[in-house]
Write a new protein. Structure first.
Length: 85
């Protein structure tokens, strides 16, 4: 429709969210394309009225809050990241 600079960073924000979280059916894939060299604090919205908030340092997911809590069972942490929460 128009040059990317007219959408005020929307393309970059969507790309960063997709790098951190991808929904595939009921599964929520965490860090599927996130570079391990990048540390991040995040709060992301997912399907089914779900949100995730957490911290990634190196290849470890240090904190992860999930609401509603029953959706925690649907989270798949991608390699090479590991759970520390």
């Amino acid at each position: 429709d128009h040059p990317p600079d007219h959408n005020h960073g929307g393309v970059a924000m969507i790309a960063l969210q997709e790098m951190l979280l991808q929904a595939k059916g009921r599964e929520l894939h965490l860090c599927p394309a996130w570079p391990p060299e990048w540390d991040v604090d995040f709060r992301l919205h997912a399907p089914d009225k779900t949100w995730l908030e957490g911290k990634v340092r190196g290849t470890r997911v240090l904190e992860l809050k999930v609401s509603p809590e029953h959706r925690r069972a649907d989270i798949v942490v991608s390699e090479p990241f590991s759970e520390g929460f």
